[in-house]
Design a protein around this ligand. Structure first.
Ligand code: NAD
Ligand code: IPM
Ligand code: MN
Length: 362
Protein backbone atom coordinates (compact mmCIF):
# COMPACT_ATOMS: atom_id res chain seq x y z
CA UNK A 1 0.00 0.00 0.00
CA UNK A 2 1.21 3.44 -0.88
CA UNK A 3 2.08 5.98 1.84
CA UNK A 4 0.37 9.34 1.58
CA UNK A 5 2.57 12.31 2.34
CA UNK A 6 1.15 15.81 2.43
CA UNK A 7 3.54 18.54 1.30
CA UNK A 8 3.00 21.97 2.86
CA UNK A 9 5.51 24.34 1.25
CA UNK A 10 4.28 27.46 3.09
CA UNK A 11 5.84 30.86 2.54
CA UNK A 12 9.06 32.54 1.39
CA UNK A 13 11.90 30.00 1.36
CA UNK A 14 9.38 27.26 2.26
CA UNK A 15 8.54 26.37 -1.37
CA UNK A 16 12.22 26.60 -2.36
CA UNK A 17 13.34 23.99 0.18
CA UNK A 18 10.26 21.75 -0.18
CA UNK A 19 10.99 21.53 -3.93
CA UNK A 20 14.23 19.75 -2.98
CA UNK A 21 12.36 17.38 -0.65
CA UNK A 22 10.01 16.60 -3.54
CA UNK A 23 13.00 15.62 -5.73
CA UNK A 24 14.35 13.45 -2.92
CA UNK A 25 11.07 11.61 -2.31
CA UNK A 26 10.61 11.01 -6.05
CA UNK A 27 14.13 9.58 -6.24
CA UNK A 28 13.36 7.28 -3.29
CA UNK A 29 10.27 6.14 -5.18
CA UNK A 30 11.96 5.54 -8.53
CA UNK A 31 15.29 4.11 -7.33
CA UNK A 32 14.48 2.46 -4.02
CA UNK A 33 10.89 1.32 -4.39
CA UNK A 34 9.36 3.68 -1.82
CA UNK A 35 5.60 3.55 -2.37
CA UNK A 36 4.59 7.14 -1.81
CA UNK A 37 1.94 9.55 -3.09
CA UNK A 38 2.58 13.26 -2.67
CA UNK A 39 -0.20 15.77 -2.31
CA UNK A 40 0.13 19.53 -1.92
CA UNK A 41 -1.84 21.98 0.20
CA UNK A 42 -1.65 25.51 1.60
CA UNK A 43 -0.57 26.35 5.15
CA UNK A 44 0.39 29.82 6.36
CA UNK A 45 0.33 33.08 4.45
CA UNK A 46 -0.26 31.26 1.17
CA UNK A 47 -3.44 29.81 2.71
CA UNK A 48 -4.61 33.28 3.72
CA UNK A 49 -3.98 34.64 0.23
CA UNK A 50 -5.49 31.72 -1.69
CA UNK A 51 -8.27 30.48 0.62
CA UNK A 52 -8.76 33.15 3.29
CA UNK A 53 -7.34 31.13 6.23
CA UNK A 54 -3.84 30.17 7.41
CA UNK A 55 -5.11 26.62 7.98
CA UNK A 56 -7.82 25.99 5.37
CA UNK A 57 -10.29 23.20 6.23
CA UNK A 58 -9.23 21.35 3.09
CA UNK A 59 -5.61 21.33 4.29
CA UNK A 60 -6.56 19.94 7.70
CA UNK A 61 -8.73 17.26 6.08
CA UNK A 62 -5.86 16.21 3.79
CA UNK A 63 -3.47 16.16 6.76
CA UNK A 64 -5.81 13.90 8.72
CA UNK A 65 -6.00 11.60 5.73
CA UNK A 66 -2.19 11.40 5.29
CA UNK A 67 0.42 9.19 6.93
CA UNK A 68 2.68 12.19 7.44
CA UNK A 69 3.13 15.81 6.41
CA UNK A 70 6.21 17.82 5.50
CA UNK A 71 6.24 21.55 6.13
CA UNK A 72 8.64 24.13 4.68
CA UNK A 73 8.02 27.22 6.83
CA UNK A 74 5.32 29.81 7.28
CA UNK A 75 5.20 33.55 7.85
CA UNK A 76 6.57 36.80 6.56
CA UNK A 77 6.35 40.54 7.08
CA UNK A 78 3.41 40.91 4.68
CA UNK A 79 1.16 39.03 7.13
CA UNK A 80 2.54 40.38 10.43
CA UNK A 81 -0.16 43.00 10.95
CA UNK A 82 -3.28 41.31 9.61
CA UNK A 83 -6.06 40.15 11.91
CA UNK A 84 -4.46 37.93 14.57
CA UNK A 85 -6.42 34.77 13.78
CA UNK A 86 -5.32 34.95 10.17
CA UNK A 87 -1.62 35.15 10.79
CA UNK A 88 0.44 32.34 9.27
CA UNK A 89 1.92 31.27 12.62
CA UNK A 90 -1.62 30.73 13.95
CA UNK A 91 -2.15 28.24 11.13
CA UNK A 92 0.91 26.29 12.21
CA UNK A 93 -0.16 26.29 15.85
CA UNK A 94 -3.68 25.24 14.81
CA UNK A 95 -2.50 22.24 12.77
CA UNK A 96 -0.21 21.12 15.62
CA UNK A 97 -3.12 21.33 18.07
CA UNK A 98 -5.70 19.76 15.74
CA UNK A 99 -3.47 16.77 15.03
CA UNK A 100 -2.41 16.40 18.68
CA UNK A 101 1.29 16.77 17.82
CA UNK A 102 2.49 17.25 21.39
CA UNK A 103 6.01 15.84 21.08
CA UNK A 104 8.51 17.87 19.09
CA UNK A 105 11.85 16.11 18.60
CA UNK A 106 14.70 18.41 17.60
CA UNK A 107 18.02 16.59 17.20
CA UNK A 108 21.14 18.77 17.09
CA UNK A 109 23.85 16.70 15.50
CA UNK A 110 27.14 18.17 14.36
CA UNK A 111 28.40 16.60 11.16
CA UNK A 112 32.19 16.16 11.52
CA UNK A 113 32.64 18.06 8.25
CA UNK A 114 30.98 21.14 9.73
CA UNK A 115 33.10 21.47 12.86
CA UNK A 116 34.53 24.72 11.57
CA UNK A 117 31.10 26.13 10.66
CA UNK A 118 29.96 25.96 14.27
CA UNK A 119 30.03 29.13 16.31
CA UNK A 120 31.90 27.20 19.02
CA UNK A 121 35.48 25.95 18.97
CA UNK A 122 36.03 22.40 17.67
CA UNK A 123 37.34 21.15 21.02
CA UNK A 124 34.07 22.23 22.66
CA UNK A 125 31.63 21.08 20.04
CA UNK A 126 32.98 18.22 17.92
CA UNK A 127 30.92 15.06 18.28
CA UNK A 128 27.86 17.02 19.47
CA UNK A 129 24.73 14.85 19.48
CA UNK A 130 21.84 16.10 21.57
CA UNK A 131 18.10 15.77 21.32
CA UNK A 132 15.68 18.43 22.49
CA UNK A 133 12.21 17.10 23.30
CA UNK A 134 9.91 20.12 23.27
CA UNK A 135 6.29 20.10 24.45
CA UNK A 136 4.37 21.51 21.48
CA UNK A 137 0.65 21.84 22.13
CA UNK A 138 0.46 23.43 25.57
CA UNK A 139 2.08 25.92 27.87
CA UNK A 140 2.12 29.65 27.27
CA UNK A 141 1.52 29.18 23.52
CA UNK A 142 -2.01 27.96 24.17
CA UNK A 143 -2.97 28.94 27.75
CA UNK A 144 -6.15 30.93 28.35
CA UNK A 145 -6.84 33.73 29.03
CA UNK A 146 -4.71 35.66 26.58
CA UNK A 147 -5.06 38.94 24.79
CA UNK A 148 -4.46 42.66 24.84
CA UNK A 149 -6.72 44.75 27.07
CA UNK A 150 -6.94 48.17 28.64
CA UNK A 151 -6.39 48.50 32.36
CA UNK A 152 -8.65 50.60 34.62
CA UNK A 153 -6.04 53.39 34.52
CA UNK A 154 -6.28 53.43 30.73
CA UNK A 155 -2.94 51.73 30.07
CA UNK A 156 -3.01 48.80 27.61
CA UNK A 157 -1.50 45.48 28.64
CA UNK A 158 -0.77 42.22 26.88
CA UNK A 159 -1.23 38.97 28.79
CA UNK A 160 -0.73 35.22 28.35
CA UNK A 161 -1.16 32.25 30.62
CA UNK A 162 1.44 29.57 31.29
CA UNK A 163 -0.42 26.46 32.36
CA UNK A 164 0.50 22.77 32.26
CA UNK A 165 -1.69 19.92 33.43
CA UNK A 166 -0.18 16.79 34.97
CA UNK A 167 -1.46 14.82 31.95
CA UNK A 168 0.41 17.07 29.53
CA UNK A 169 3.62 16.96 31.57
CA UNK A 170 3.42 13.19 31.93
CA UNK A 171 3.10 12.44 28.23
CA UNK A 172 5.96 14.73 27.17
CA UNK A 173 7.99 13.43 30.12
CA UNK A 174 7.49 9.88 28.89
CA UNK A 175 8.56 10.92 25.39
CA UNK A 176 11.74 12.30 26.96
CA UNK A 177 12.44 9.19 29.04
CA UNK A 178 11.75 6.88 26.08
CA UNK A 179 14.11 8.89 23.86
CA UNK A 180 16.84 8.87 26.52
CA UNK A 181 16.42 5.12 26.94
CA UNK A 182 17.15 4.64 23.21
CA UNK A 183 20.21 6.90 23.43
CA UNK A 184 22.77 7.47 26.19
CA UNK A 185 20.29 7.17 29.07
CA UNK A 186 20.62 10.75 30.36
CA UNK A 187 17.62 13.06 30.56
CA UNK A 188 17.86 16.70 31.62
CA UNK A 189 14.53 18.34 32.38
CA UNK A 190 14.68 22.10 31.87
CA UNK A 191 12.34 24.39 33.81
CA UNK A 192 12.10 27.55 35.89
CA UNK A 193 10.95 25.88 39.10
CA UNK A 194 12.62 28.54 41.24
CA UNK A 195 10.01 31.05 40.03
CA UNK A 196 7.07 29.40 38.26
CA UNK A 197 4.41 27.15 39.80
CA UNK A 198 3.87 25.44 36.45
CA UNK A 199 7.56 24.46 36.58
CA UNK A 200 7.29 23.32 40.20
CA UNK A 201 4.61 20.85 39.11
CA UNK A 202 6.64 19.95 36.00
CA UNK A 203 9.60 18.95 38.20
CA UNK A 204 7.39 16.96 40.58
CA UNK A 205 5.87 14.99 37.68
CA UNK A 206 9.29 14.29 36.11
CA UNK A 207 10.54 12.98 39.47
CA UNK A 208 7.45 10.79 39.72
CA UNK A 209 8.13 9.24 36.32
CA UNK A 210 11.80 8.57 37.05
CA UNK A 211 10.94 5.44 39.07
CA UNK A 212 9.49 3.83 35.96
CA UNK A 213 12.72 4.38 34.03
CA UNK A 214 15.51 3.07 36.27
CA UNK A 215 17.80 2.84 33.24
CA UNK A 216 17.60 6.61 32.67
CA UNK A 217 19.33 9.13 34.91
CA UNK A 218 17.21 12.25 35.39
CA UNK A 219 18.60 15.67 36.21
CA UNK A 220 17.01 19.12 36.40
CA UNK A 221 18.28 22.48 35.26
CA UNK A 222 16.87 26.00 35.27
CA UNK A 223 16.35 27.34 31.79
CA UNK A 224 18.67 30.32 32.13
CA UNK A 225 21.52 28.05 33.21
CA UNK A 226 20.60 25.58 30.42
CA UNK A 227 21.00 28.32 27.81
CA UNK A 228 24.41 29.16 29.24
CA UNK A 229 25.48 25.49 29.47
CA UNK A 230 24.45 24.92 25.84
CA UNK A 231 27.03 27.40 24.65
CA UNK A 232 29.60 26.61 27.37
CA UNK A 233 29.73 22.82 27.16
CA UNK A 234 26.90 21.43 24.99
CA UNK A 235 28.19 17.85 25.00
CA UNK A 236 27.21 17.43 28.66
CA UNK A 237 23.66 16.90 27.37
CA UNK A 238 22.08 13.78 25.90
CA UNK A 239 18.31 14.44 25.89
CA UNK A 240 16.71 17.66 27.14
CA UNK A 241 12.97 17.74 27.82
CA UNK A 242 11.22 21.04 28.28
CA UNK A 243 8.10 23.13 27.73
CA UNK A 244 6.91 24.85 24.60
CA UNK A 245 8.52 28.28 24.86
CA UNK A 246 11.77 27.17 26.52
CA UNK A 247 12.15 24.47 23.86
CA UNK A 248 11.60 26.96 21.06
CA UNK A 249 14.40 29.18 22.31
CA UNK A 250 16.85 26.44 23.30
CA UNK A 251 16.49 24.63 19.97
CA UNK A 252 17.45 27.70 17.90
CA UNK A 253 20.44 28.03 20.18
CA UNK A 254 21.38 24.36 19.71
CA UNK A 255 20.89 24.75 15.96
CA UNK A 256 23.68 27.26 15.64
CA UNK A 257 26.09 24.86 17.33
CA UNK A 258 25.67 22.52 14.37
CA UNK A 259 26.89 25.13 11.92
CA UNK A 260 23.64 26.77 10.87
CA UNK A 261 19.97 26.96 11.68
CA UNK A 262 19.64 25.58 8.15
CA UNK A 263 20.82 22.16 9.40
CA UNK A 264 18.25 21.29 12.09
CA UNK A 265 15.31 18.99 11.27
CA UNK A 266 12.38 18.21 13.50
CA UNK A 267 9.52 15.80 14.00
CA UNK A 268 6.25 16.71 15.70
CA UNK A 269 4.50 13.53 16.74
CA UNK A 270 1.15 12.48 18.17
CA UNK A 271 0.51 9.50 20.47
CA UNK A 272 0.56 7.07 17.54
CA UNK A 273 3.67 8.26 15.72
CA UNK A 274 1.85 10.17 13.02
CA UNK A 275 3.67 13.39 12.43
CA UNK A 276 4.41 16.70 10.86
CA UNK A 277 8.03 17.15 9.88
CA UNK A 278 9.66 20.52 9.47
CA UNK A 279 12.99 22.29 9.59
CA UNK A 280 13.48 24.18 12.86
CA UNK A 281 14.15 27.44 11.02
CA UNK A 282 11.56 29.89 9.72
CA UNK A 283 10.66 31.24 6.31
CA UNK A 284 13.79 33.43 6.10
CA UNK A 285 12.15 36.33 4.24
CA UNK A 286 15.51 38.13 4.17
CA UNK A 287 16.92 35.60 1.70
CA UNK A 288 13.80 34.27 -0.05
CA UNK A 289 13.61 34.44 -3.84
CA UNK A 290 17.38 34.21 -4.19
CA UNK A 291 17.68 30.43 -4.33
CA UNK A 292 20.32 30.35 -1.61
CA UNK A 293 18.48 28.83 1.39
CA UNK A 294 20.03 25.69 2.84
CA UNK A 295 17.66 22.77 2.10
CA UNK A 296 19.45 20.25 4.35
CA UNK A 297 17.26 20.74 7.44
CA UNK A 298 14.28 19.92 5.24
CA UNK A 299 15.95 16.90 3.64
CA UNK A 300 16.94 15.64 7.10
CA UNK A 301 13.31 16.16 8.14
CA UNK A 302 12.36 13.82 5.29
CA UNK A 303 14.71 11.27 6.89
CA UNK A 304 12.86 11.64 10.19
CA UNK A 305 9.54 11.28 8.35
CA UNK A 306 10.72 8.05 6.75
CA UNK A 307 11.92 6.68 10.09
CA UNK A 308 9.05 7.66 12.39
CA UNK A 309 5.94 7.73 10.24
CA UNK A 310 6.63 5.41 7.31
CA UNK A 311 8.71 2.81 9.18
CA UNK A 312 11.41 3.08 6.51
CA UNK A 313 14.46 3.31 8.77
CA UNK A 314 16.81 1.97 6.13
CA UNK A 315 15.80 4.65 3.62
CA UNK A 316 16.13 7.27 6.36
CA UNK A 317 19.72 6.18 6.87
CA UNK A 318 20.37 6.38 3.16
CA UNK A 319 19.19 10.00 3.10
CA UNK A 320 21.38 10.85 6.09
CA UNK A 321 24.35 9.16 4.41
CA UNK A 322 23.71 11.12 1.19
CA UNK A 323 23.69 14.40 3.16
CA UNK A 324 26.94 13.43 4.90
CA UNK A 325 28.43 12.56 1.50
CA UNK A 326 27.78 15.98 -0.07
CA UNK A 327 29.18 17.72 3.00
CA UNK A 328 32.28 15.52 2.80
CA UNK A 329 32.56 16.49 -0.85
CA UNK A 330 32.84 20.09 0.28
CA UNK A 331 29.48 21.44 -0.85
CA UNK A 332 28.32 24.38 1.25
CA UNK A 333 25.39 26.74 1.05
CA UNK A 334 26.16 30.34 2.00
CA UNK A 335 24.95 29.93 5.60
CA UNK A 336 27.56 27.18 6.11
CA UNK A 337 30.32 29.58 5.23
CA UNK A 338 30.46 28.62 1.56
CA UNK A 339 32.89 31.44 1.05
CA UNK A 340 33.06 33.84 -1.84
CA UNK A 341 32.17 32.22 -5.12
CA UNK A 342 32.31 28.77 -3.55
CA UNK A 343 28.84 28.35 -2.18
CA UNK A 344 26.13 26.41 -3.95
CA UNK A 345 22.48 27.36 -4.09
CA UNK A 346 19.39 25.54 -2.83
CA UNK A 347 18.74 23.53 -6.01
CA UNK A 348 22.39 22.56 -6.55
CA UNK A 349 22.57 21.30 -2.94
CA UNK A 350 19.34 19.34 -3.37
CA UNK A 351 20.53 17.88 -6.68
CA UNK A 352 23.81 16.81 -5.09
CA UNK A 353 22.00 14.97 -2.30
CA UNK A 354 19.76 13.23 -4.84
CA UNK A 355 22.83 12.28 -6.90
CA UNK A 356 24.55 10.89 -3.79
CA UNK A 357 21.43 8.90 -3.00
CA UNK A 358 21.18 7.58 -6.53
CA UNK A 359 24.83 6.54 -6.38
CA UNK A 360 23.93 4.24 -3.45
CA UNK A 361 21.54 2.36 -5.74
CA UNK A 362 24.32 1.40 -8.17
P1 NAD B 1 14.16 32.50 10.46
O1 NAD B 1 14.57 31.19 11.01
O2 NAD B 1 13.25 32.51 9.30
O3 NAD B 1 15.49 33.30 10.04
C1 NAD B 1 16.52 33.66 10.97
C2 NAD B 1 17.84 33.87 10.19
O4 NAD B 1 18.33 32.57 9.76
C3 NAD B 1 17.67 34.70 8.92
O5 NAD B 1 18.81 35.51 8.75
C4 NAD B 1 17.59 33.66 7.81
O6 NAD B 1 18.04 34.11 6.55
C5 NAD B 1 18.47 32.53 8.35
N1 NAD B 1 17.98 31.23 7.86
C6 NAD B 1 16.87 30.57 8.28
N2 NAD B 1 16.72 29.44 7.58
C7 NAD B 1 17.75 29.36 6.71
C8 NAD B 1 18.14 28.42 5.72
N3 NAD B 1 17.44 27.31 5.48
N4 NAD B 1 19.26 28.68 5.00
C9 NAD B 1 19.99 29.78 5.23
N5 NAD B 1 19.68 30.71 6.16
C10 NAD B 1 18.56 30.51 6.89
O7 NAD B 1 13.58 33.34 11.69
P2 NAD B 1 12.88 34.80 11.71
O8 NAD B 1 13.60 35.71 10.79
O9 NAD B 1 12.79 35.13 13.12
O10 NAD B 1 11.40 34.54 11.17
C11 NAD B 1 10.98 34.77 9.84
C12 NAD B 1 9.55 34.31 9.66
O11 NAD B 1 9.49 32.89 9.81
C13 NAD B 1 8.59 34.88 10.69
O12 NAD B 1 7.38 35.18 10.04
C14 NAD B 1 8.41 33.77 11.69
O13 NAD B 1 7.19 33.81 12.37
C15 NAD B 1 8.49 32.57 10.79
N6 NAD B 1 8.90 31.32 11.44
C16 NAD B 1 8.29 30.19 10.99
C17 NAD B 1 8.68 28.95 11.46
C18 NAD B 1 8.02 27.73 10.93
O14 NAD B 1 7.26 27.81 9.99
N7 NAD B 1 8.25 26.56 11.51
C19 NAD B 1 9.74 28.88 12.39
C20 NAD B 1 10.35 30.04 12.82
C21 NAD B 1 9.94 31.28 12.33
C1 IPM C 1 9.07 26.97 15.46
C2 IPM C 1 8.52 28.36 15.22
C3 IPM C 1 7.05 28.41 15.64
C4 IPM C 1 7.01 28.17 17.14
C5 IPM C 1 6.27 29.68 15.28
C6 IPM C 1 6.44 30.07 13.85
C7 IPM C 1 4.83 29.52 15.61
O1 IPM C 1 9.29 29.32 15.83
O2 IPM C 1 8.52 25.99 14.95
O3 IPM C 1 10.10 26.86 16.14
O4 IPM C 1 7.26 29.11 17.92
O5 IPM C 1 6.73 27.05 17.54
MN1 MN D 1 11.18 28.55 16.65
Amino acid sequence: MSHKVLMLPGDHVGPEIVAEADKLLRCLASEFGLAVELEYANLGGCGVDAEGAPLPDSTLALARDSDAALLGAVGGPEWDYIERDKRPERGLLAIRAALGLFANLRPALLDPELVNASSLRPEVVSGLDILIVRELTGGIYFGQPRGIRTRADGVREGFNTLVYGVDEIERIGRAGFEAARRRDGRLCSVDKANVLESSELWREVMEGLAGEYPDVSLSHMYVDNAAMQLVRDPRQFDVMVTGNLFGDVLSDCAAMLTGSIGMLPSASLDETGRGLYEPVHGSAPDISGQGIANPLATLLSVAMLLRFSLDEGELAQRVERAVARVLADGLRTADLGGGQGQSVGTAAMGDAVVAALRAQAN
